[in-house]
Design a protein around this ligand. Sequence first.
Ligand SMILES: *[C@@H]1O[C@H](CO)[C@@H](O)[C@H](O)[C@H]1NC(C)=O
Ligand SMILES: *[C@@H]1O[C@H](CO)[C@@H](O)[C@H](O)[C@H]1NC(C)=O
Length: 393
Amino acid sequence: MARSKGLSFALVVALVLSRAPLLVPRVALRASAEAKSGSGPTPEAWRDFRAQLIAREAQEEAQNRSRHVAPRNEELLRSQSEELWNEYMHGAWAHVAPVEVGGLLCRAPLPAQLTWLMRQGAESFWPQRVREALLKEIPVIEGRSRKEMFETWSKNTMFCYKLADRLTMEALHQLAERSQDIRSLTNADKELIQLYGDMESTWQSVCLVLSAVGDMATEAVTLNRPFARSLDTRLARLLLFGESQTGASVKEQTLLERSLQAFGEAAVYFGGPQGLNQPGVLVHGFSDIEGAEEIAPGTRIYRGGVEAAIEGIIDGRYAPLDFRWFIGRHENLTTQRAAWIPVACARPVALKQCLGLPKPLWHEVLELCGGEHAELSKVELQKRGDVKDDEPE
Ligand SMILES: *[C@@H]1O[C@H](CO)[C@@H](O)[C@H](O)[C@H]1NC(C)=O
Ligand SMILES: *[C@@H]1O[C@H](CO)[C@@H](O)[C@H](O)[C@H]1NC(C)=O
């Protein structure tokens, strides 16, 4: 137990030192110096430090944050669509909201999912395991009840995230080292494999909700999985007609040729694992395209109108990158197990292309949300080797 305390303390110190130079309390610096010398913090320093850490988290949440979370993404958008860029600059926002058509669902990282499940009092193994680990971390303070302390500590998302991350990573590591025999897997192992597998398959996905019933997105497409940058005959056929036997009539043959002419450059995304044999979904921001339907009143996000869109591009009224094609979709995504974060956002956040974004869309959206979600974005960014968060805060 002493070892695990020391480890998490080092993590917390590293976290605080790396992110909040202005707010690091003096006691934290002293404690970290002690940690370096190997003797570990005194219990008093430890308690003070943690208390201040919790206070600091609250303070940070209240801070006014800049709207410009990804300036280099803004530049890229400007080069793609001046109009959307204008709209973005006049109000890019996102905040957590109920599941709704035109809103987003962002995949939660596993440690965050476990943290939220723990707070909800979920009774399955891993949320309970995080709860136990957190209880072990809480110091005994005279005059304060365990229950009250737990309430406070469980609100510290970063602290719980680190705990859950360490627990699951250790368990996965051990699992990999143990025998491969599937019969040796315990129920806890199976639950972890399921949780981890689900998260891996949708890692940092940001989905646009196209239809919803209650807290379930019955249809959604992933916005940030680019699939192709141009159409060939096979892909065009799939997008227009799906894997049905159509596409052979003269009219259909003409449409196919026109689509190839229009979409020499194209933005095609992998929308999700269902409906892969059905025609693609075309999403855009134009109300005047014949056959296009607004996905929900007031969203100003439209789907369909394929033929008119193709003719409009050939006529030079629209650019091919004003449109987003999706092959496949998600069905029945739910927020019930805390795997998906429901977010409402300004239209350009959903409509702009996700092609070589300097800051991945998932991070951009969570930072726009602020609060604990912005914190999650930061800690996840530190884990990614491929992105440098060199943008001004
Ligand atoms: C937050 O920032 C905006 C934009 O800079 C500013 O207009 C607003 O007054 C600020 N709010 C607070 C509470 O500081
Ligand atoms: C989603 O739910 C509908 C209605 O319950 C069902 O018909 C469909 O098969 C479900 N899709 C998936 C992928 O589970």
